[in-house]
Design a protein around this ligand. Structure first.
Ligand code: MG
Length: 276
């Protein structure tokens, strides 16, 4: 038997399979929006293609109005302000849940008090948009990972690195704005040492089933001083100094700031989140 007797039916099968794939039911709704528990089906996307402009103009859901510069909060009007320069009331010691022992400065910032330990928010969060500003000390001290090292732990578990990386090379998956030991940033966008950096972070928490297995990876997007440095990267698990990422099941958790324990003197200001 020649090869063509096998080849011809295979090709026919492939053509049929491809046809099946591109077949779309024009009456099937093709777009939905979820707001909380409510799923809104855009019926307008069903049926034959509209032939007027109005046929593709929707009036629901109506997005809430947010003032991006709330004069009282000095943050978006729907944000939760976690540090506004006055006190550390929203923060506790990660070690023992006592009052946070970092220094509040006269200029509305706070600074890591060396070896007092990490601090974390009293409130727990899942997926969030986070804004914070941080500054390395002007007076340079130490090198590699021991120069102005701190970090923000999303969900208390996943570190976005903070480091004085100016004229200070280190392993790239541990440099400033890395997802520590997982994702190298797309760029190094630090301002000069001693000036204020901004981080704008979008964090989507991972999802776990009832047995504790991860069914959906979390993701992180980071803008460092307005420059995209982490583009919706998948979180592989926790971000330990030694060893592989781990994937313990978890729900909401605190936002944690790192005391690296080597006199980092990193300062923070204007920390707020919006829950997603
Ligand atoms: Mg760190």
């Amino acid at each position: 038997m020649g090869m063509k007797y096998i080849y011809i039916p295979l090709v026919l099968l492939l053509i049929v399979a491809c046809k099946e794939k591109v077949k779309v039911d024009p009456l099937e709704p093709r777009d939905t929006t979820q707001i909380g528990e409510e799923i809104i089906v855009h019926e307008e996307y069903a049926g034959p293609e509209p032939t007027t402009p109005e046929g593709t103009e929707f009036y629901k859901p109506v997005p809430p109005v947010v003032n991006p510069n709330d004069p009282v909060k000095k943050a978006p009007s729907d944000a939760i302000v976690l540090f506004n320069g006055d006190n550390l009331d929203n923060w506790i010691s990660s070690k023992d849940s006592t009052a946070a022992k970092w220094m509040v400065n006269k200029d509305g910032s706070m600074t890591v008090s060396n070896k007092t330990g990490d601090i974390q928010t009293v409130q727990n969060f899942g997926s969030i948009q986070l804004h914070l500003e941080w500054k390395s000390p002007e007076e340079v001290q130490g090198e590699n990972q021991s120069r102005g090292n701190s970090g923000v732990f999303l969900n208390g578990l996943y570190e976005v690195q903070i480091l004085d990386n100016n004229n200070n090379d280190t392993y790239v998956n541990g440099q400033v704005a890395s997802i520590y030991k997982q994702h190298v940033p797309l760029a190094k966008a630090s301002v000069p040492t001693g000036e204020w950096n901004t981080y704008d972070i979008i964090y989507h928490a991972p999802e776990f089933n009832d047995e504790g297995g991860k069914i959906k990876s979390g993701t992180i997007t980071v803008l460092h001083n307005g420059v995209l440095v982490q583009d919706h990267v998948e979180i592989k698990g926790t971000t330990p100094y030694i060893g592989w990422p781990k994937n313990p099941a978890h729900g909401k958790g605190p936002l944690k700031l790192q005391d690296h324990g080597d006199n980092s003197r990193v300062s923070y200001r204007n920390i707020w989140v919006r829950e997603l």
